[in-house]
Design a protein. Structure first.
Length: 126
């Protein structure tokens, strides 16, 4: 492959990196890479894990508060403090209790904001 094509591909990859990581600018106080993580197939009685990457879009530090919808969902933190333009990761663990499809929500709210965002872990059991 000639250098011109390689350089073009390299620039395209660098340009797409913020979109792929969820670290792109937005009018919102924060962004999340994916709002729903599909963990695929699980076994009743097991736990599944998913991670969500958040980015502070503000020029000042924000705090993100997290709340689960049920006791079957646990988080690695209840509050995440992010410096300006900083990214952080939330780890979510869901205990799979029943057969069939499942979806478990975590509610996210930024400090000083009234609105919240629902993120979810979904999958199905054998």
């Amino acid at each position: 492959m000639n250098n011109r094509i390689i350089n073009g591909l390299f620039l395209a990859i660098l340009s797409a990196a913020p979109l792929l990581t969820g670290c792109n600018d937005s009018d919102a106080a924060f962004t999340v890479r994916r709002e729903i993580v599909d963990v695929g197939q699980a076994t009743v009685g097991d736990s599944v894990k998913a991670s969500f990457t958040f980015r502070n879009n503000r020029k000042e530090q924000i705090a993100l508060s997290f709340m689960t919808e049920c006791d079957c969902t646990t988080l690695n933190t209840d509050i995440m403090r992010l410096k300006p333009r900083e990214c952080g990761k939330l780890e979510v663990k869901v205990a799979v209790e029943n057969p069939g499809e499942f979806i478990k929500y975590v509610y996210v709210q930024a400090s000083g904001q009234e609105d919240f965002l629902a993120i979810a872990v979904k999958g199905h059991t054998k």
